[in-house]
Design a protein around this ligand. Structure first.
Ligand code: ADP
Ligand code: SF4
Length: 735
């Protein structure tokens, strides 16, 4: 397929200082939690985006000093030869695919000393440090200021030696000292670095001047938050002035709005594609240099318009590049239906916020696996036996992802069977929750792939029993029958059914409400949430918006739960309060009474009673293992039926977030021809092995990213997927 001429503008090269961007797609700095400590994972992750066609790919935050540690994140460092070495690998992996490699330098004034035992590094003013430890950052002296600027210069020189093309001086986060100085709220200094705009920008002017001077052949990028979105720095005021002042020192602007996570990486429930555009329009006249801007852009028409109208020169992306590293290549090839669009769930951001965890993505199971598992999002190994008949039961996130991946690997005889009348499992109804419409992209992408994968037959409206499965003719059976919300209220804190819940007509679960589209009106409803993620608050919002009096009872003292990590809590809790929802934190549902509930405060043990006409239990999900267990209990039957593999994946194995259920399906499909795909294959654990070199460090496993078969969809589908009656795969053939 050819590129749509409307998108040609996105493929015009652009000169930035001594370098040229090959097109208008730019992977902006974002964290993975690999950092310089996991150089293989980090380098291959960034390299994959370069291979996918982006013109430039940046690191995440790269600290210019080692003593500003914050154990929450594994960031980059660029302070010694070891760091330089590890980042050289990253730069070369990016350049190998024709992209420019960028590094984002930051002096981070949010150190905790929890690893290094060193006091927090000086910040703009004497203030209690950001972060989790009880420490304060002292105010910078003039000597500190010079030292910090020298650390930037040293890091910039190292970056150039490591081969980077772009040096991004970062003024974005609250932790960046250069941004703190600009912020009139944080900067209470009375010397020449505080007070007037000219004083507050002085550090940045000196810094850009010094960094520019220090490198010979790199383009300088100004990474700047043009509006803090809290009234402290406004695009029309200091944002505009800053760009005017610094413009001559940079070759490219990399702009964004607001602080991490919210609203910078605004989730789709609160922020639509391109919500930052009015801010870019405000500062555009101040810049003579090209501007990169972000906005969770996944629609090439929107991107092309922004470039054509001159609001932006380059389309920046973190999440759209996480979700689909090959977005630019697909736009270039006119394969728009193959773009795996980001759904704005922010699972990626949440994983980076968990100390020790790595980046993950709901849409793209291969994220972070480019090196350690050798997974390539567009390249798949073809099985030795493509005819092997495979039956996947359940078309939720796990079953769908498994079937699509088997199809893309070249399996030609896969049946995906579901009891429902459409694909998706829980994703049939989750996108109908308030604000989650964009989550439907998870299903849209997979349906569009299935439509063109000739090896996968979709069969709906068919609930399989164990006998049906034994009679089906499949050699391999993957059970992906999911999980259901527990109507009894068993939860993390109370491992017994809540008295009065079971069999009570006034007690509901999210499945019942959403699947049957139940609507209440004028009722008093208690939503008990011990799940702590999006379901409880979304259900409470839906019921409150329908005109009910809702009490949201959370098992947690911090009712934000996991939504704090996804950056959704700030919006979501305000939304509940705006709808008049009463929030009761830190409480456990002790009993469902006739016309009410009894609650216990987890700290004081105090008992309270609330009147309620209906109670919704959002406590935990229980795997539906019945089909799997019936099959597993009949080894002789399996043998007679010629079933050599019986696997269980997704929520029917362990209920987990959508990203992890899908990952499960993907992994099993990738490893399907191993002797036991139920047991994960070894992967590279990047770690120091005493007394050995790099080979041992990799566990001796070479990355396999370049092996495999690139399946360029669309593939022609042999049969119409809608037909429902092709039940048997008898020994590799449909009947
Ligand atoms: P997961 O998140 O693990 O993918 P879901 O709960 O989203 O799981 O999806 C499970 C799917 O399995 C549902 O669409 C359901 O209709 C289907 N299913 C459950 N039991 C059977 C069965 N016996 N035969 C066919 N489909 C089934
Ligand atoms: Fe987008 Fe969600 Fe993937 Fe993040 S995890 S890139 S928000 S789909």
């Amino acid at each position: 397929m050819a590129r749509d001429p409307r998108h040609d503008v996105l493929f015009e090269p652009l000169r930035i200082g001594p370098r040229t961007l090959r097109n208008r797609f730019y992977v902006t700095p974002h964290a993975t939690n690999f950092g310089t400590d996991f150089p293989g994972a980090e380098a291959y992750y960034r390299g994959m985006r370069a291979e996918g066609g982006w013109a430039a790919v940046s690191t995440g935050a790269c600290l210019v000093n080692i003593d500003a540690d914050n154990p929450r994140w594994n960031l980059h460092h660029l302070v010694d030869d070891g760091d330089e070495n590890n980042l050289r690998l990253l730069a070369s992996k990016v350049q190998e695919h024709g992209a420019l490699a960028g590094v984002e330098l930051i002096y981070y004034a949010a150190g905790t000393g929890l690893r290094t035992r060193l006091p927090a590094r000086p910040g703009v003013s004497q203030v209690r440090s950001y972060g989790i430890s009880e420490c304060s950052a002292p105010a910078m002296t003039k000597a500190d200021i010079r030292q910090i600027q020298r650390q930037y210069v040293d890091a910039a020189r190292r970056a150039e030696r490591a081969g980077f093309d772009l040096i991004n001086v970062h003024l974005r986060e609250a932790g960046s000292v250069a941004y703190q100085l600009l912020d009139p709220y944080l900067n209470t200094r009375t010397d020449e670095y505080g007070g007037s705009f000219a004083n507050r920008v002085r550090f940045a002017v000196e810094l850009f001047d010094m960094v520019r001077d220090a490198v010979d052949d790199c383009a300088i990028v100004g990474g700047f938050c043009i509006d803090s979105a809290d009234g402290r720095i406004e695009a029309a005021e200091d944002g505009y002035r800053f760009i005017e002042t610094i413009d001559s020192y940079v070759d490219l602007w990399d702009l964004q709005v607001g602080r991490w996570i919210y609203p910078d990486a605004g989730p789709s429930r609160s922020h639509r594609q391109g919500w930052q555009v009015p801010y870019y329009e405000t500062v555009r006249p101040a810049a003579t240099k090209p501007i990169v801007g972000v906005g969770r852009f996944t629609d090439p028409d929107v991107m092309a318009d922004l470039v054509r109208t001159g609001v932006l020169d380059v389309i920046g992306a973190a999440r759209p590049s996480i979700s689909d590293p090959f977005l630019p290549a697909k736009v270039d090839e006119g394969r728009l239906e193959d773009i795996r669009e980001c759904i704005g769930c922010n699972m990626c951001a949440s994983r980076v916020e968990i100390p020790g965890a790595f980046i993950a993505c709901t849409q793209n199971a291969t994220v972070g696996e480019e090196y350690r598992r050798g997974w390539h999002p567009e390249v798949f190994t073809r099985p030795a036996d493509t005819e092997a008949p495979v039956l996947v039961i359940g078309a939720g996130p796990a079953g769908l992802e498994c079937a699509v991946t088997l199809g893309r690997r070249g399996f030609e005889n896969v049946h995906l069977v579901d009891a429902g009348d459409s694909l998706g499992g829980i994703m049939r109804w989750i996108p109908r929750l308030p604000g989650l419409q964009e989550w439907s992209r998870f299903l849209d992408y997979r349906v569009s792939q299935l439509d063109r994968l000739k090896g996968v037959e979709v069969i709906l409206n068919r609930k399989l029993t164990a006998d049906d499965v034994l009679d089906y003719g499949a050699a391999s059976v993957v059970v992906a029958t999911g999980a259901a919300w527990d109507p009894t209220g068993v939860n993390t804190y109370v491992h017994r059914p809540v008295p009065g819940a079971a069999g009570n007509d006034a007690v509901y679960t999210p499945d019942q409400i959403m699947r049957d589209d139940l609507r209440f009106s004028g009722l008093r409803v208690v939503v008990f949430d011990a799940d702590r993620y999006f379901m409880g608050q979304s259900i409470a919002e839906r019921i409150a918006a329908d005109g009910n009096e809702v009490v949201f009872v959370s098992s947690e003292a911090d009712v934000q739960g996991y939504l704090r990590l996804t950056g959704e809590a700030q919006y979501q809790i305000r939304r509940l309060l705006d709808l008049g929802v009463k929030i009761v934190p830190n409480s456990i549902l002790r009993e469902v009474l006739d016309g009410g509930v009894e609650l216990e405060d987890r700290t004081t043990g105090r008992i309270d009673r609330l009147g309620a006409d209906a109670v919704v239990m959002v406590t935990q999900r229980v795997p539906d293992t019945s089909l799997h267990d019936a099959l597993a209990a009949d080894p002789a039957g399996l043998e007679r039926a010629g079933i050599t593999k019986l696997l269980r994946i997704g929520d029917c194995l362990v209920p987990r977030p959508i990203a992890d259920a899908a990952f499960d399906g993907h992994r099993v499909a990738r490893e399907f021809d191993s002797p036991d795909p139920g047991t994960p294959q070894t992967f590279i654990r990047e770690r120091r092995v005493v007394g050995f070199g790099d080979g041992a460090f990799d566990g001796g496993l070479p990355p396999t990213a370049t092996r495999g078969v690139r399946t360029t969809l669309p593939l022609v589908r042999a049969q119409d997927a809608g037909s429902t009656d092709r039940r048997h795969i008898k020994k590799g053939q449909e009947q």
